[in-house]
Ligand binder design. Structure first.
Ligand code: NAP
Length: 432
């Protein structure tokens, strides 16, 4: 019997578990270990609460989780409750699928002023992640700047722009719903250091910005390259730029404007004890489409700055780490003999949720090649004995189902669930 431990119960974790089932059939036991008592990582805490159809993929993970040879071991912190070397003595292979939940830091002057928040914290707050329950962002009447031109920046701008009615059918947590349903920013500015042809926003998500109840996008047509140049773009990108062209052709007719400020590189955040304005430098592009400053600077009002400029994988003791890339040091998923990385922890925060599927299959195939025969390790029985001695209160998938039921039964009218935002509440809910 192969014993495989996967750390992280998000998309990369479950796809790797599914791939291991297919690769090894009945000859494998997989433990999916997670720091949280609740599964699904990015699906629960990262995907926007108004994107319920994307969250539906968790039903596929549930089917994997309910197989006899796969187990969810929640509320177990690797590096703290159990170390990587210990897991390696217990399992034939250990796969790190811990995602990239930490912000790339905004390293400009004033980047640590109150009122400056990273997207991990802001998204975690409205998605009910216990680490960010106490964020209390101040939004009402405030000028908000969202830095970045990717899909996370779009999520953040859209959630801030939506009305209570628009948010009511989402699974945004109560504390964020109460703030956002009763608040309206005075303006939202999306700041990109490059231009419309360099955005990392996908058409479906960008299109949503043009269909909001009280907010409308504003794009300056002078930022758009000549239309013939769109021909060089791939079709998805071209569709996104066409949407920007449609936005530019229309004068916003709603009370809240979401303005795209292109070719604007953040250089400092200023204010009297807290963020009041973002100073940007006008940019131009070099022959490789990199942004270069022109020396011209201006200020954008900014009482709240949400920086959406990418993510990093937090290091784990005893695991080789690439500081520059912000993820585990690995070659095609292999970190060290018997130790692997999958998903964002392997390749960085790129692609869609589905991109993690081939990633998981690649790792399962690698394990089969690298470890042709299981070594008779103790697997989950060994883990349970070790955690039992340390008094760790492990949460199973059946426990999660009780937590899940409790969350669904506490939902406000029209919402799919009301998430627990404190680990203690989650632990109490599994008692039924
Ligand atoms: P992303 O797509 O890599 O976008 C990051 C943005 O930050 C880019 O516009 C980048 O600009 C900008 N940036 C980076 N460093 C900067 C700096 N120092 N100053 C100013 N701007 C800076 O990352 P993401 O938005 O975090 O998304 C992560 C992944 O999740 C992506 O694959 C995304 O598609 C996916 N996602 C998908 C959905 C969805 O499908 N609904 C929703 C959310 C996220 P440059 O291009 O100039 O570097």
């Amino acid at each position: 019997m192969y014993h495989i431990a996967i750390i992280g119960s998000g998309p990369a974790g479950y796809y790797t578990a599914e791939a291991c089932q297919k690769q090894f059939g009945d000859n494998v036991h997989v433990d999916i270990i997670d720091r949280m008592p609740v599964p699904f990582g990015l699906i629960r805490s990262g995907v926007a609460p108004d994107h319920q159809s994307i969250k539906g993929v968790s039903r596929r993970y549930e089917a994997i989780a309910l197989c006899d040879n796969v187990r969810f071991a929640g509320h177990v912190s690797v590096g703290q409750d159990v170390t990587i070397p210990e897991l390696q003595t217990l399992y034939d292979a250990v796969v790190l699928a811990t995602g990239a939940p930490s912000d790339t830091k905004l390293t400009i002057a004033g980047g640590d002023l109150p009122g400056v928040i990273g997207s991990a914290a802001f998204v975690g707050w409205y998605n009910g992640h216990p680490d960010f329950a106490e964020l209390h962002p101040d939004v009402d009447g405030k000028a908000v700047v969202v830095i970045g031109n990717g899909n996370v920046a779009l999520d953040v701008a859209r959630i801030l722009a939506k009305t209570g009615t628009e948010l009511s059918g989402s699974d945004i947590v109560g504390h964020a719903y109460d703030v956002l349903a009763n608040a309206r920013p005075s303006r939202i500015t999306l700041v990109g250091r490059r231009g419309p042809h360099q955005i990392a926003m996908t058409p479906k998500e960008l299109g949503e910005l043009g269909m909001l109840e009280r907010a409308a996008p504003l794009v300056s047509s002078s930022d758009l390259p000549p239309v013939e140049e769109d021909a060089h773009l791939d079709s998805g990108h071209r569709k996104s730029v066409q949407l920007l062209r449609q936005f530019a052709a229309k004068t916003p007719d709603k009370p809240l404007v979401v303005e795209f400020d292109f070719f604007a590189m953040p250089v400092a955040i200023e204010g009297n004890g807290r963020a009041e304005r973002l100073i940007v430098e006008r940019t131009t592009l070099d022959d490789q489409n990199r942004s270069i400053g022109t020396g011209e600077r201006y200020a954008i009002p900014a009482n709240l700055v949400v920086s959406c400029i990418g993510y990093r994988t937090p290091p784990i003791p005893d695991v080789p780490y690439d500081e520059t890339l912000g993820r585990f040091a690995n070659v095609d998923g292999l970190i060290a003999p018997g130790l692997y990385a999958a998903g964002w922890a392997r390749r960085g925060p790129t692609g869609t949720i589905g991109t993690n599927k081939p990633d998981g299959f690649m790792i399962a195939e690698r394990i089969a090649v690298d470890i042709p025969k299981p070594a008779g390790k103790a697997g989950r029985e060994g883990l349970d004995a070790l955690l039992g001695k340390r008094g760790v209160d492990l949460v199973t998938f059946r426990d999660w189902q009780k937590i899940d039921l409790a969350e669904v039964s506490h939902a406000r009218d029209g919402a799919p669930r009301e998430k627990f935002v404190h680990v203690e509440e989650m632990m109490a809910a599994r008692e039924g």
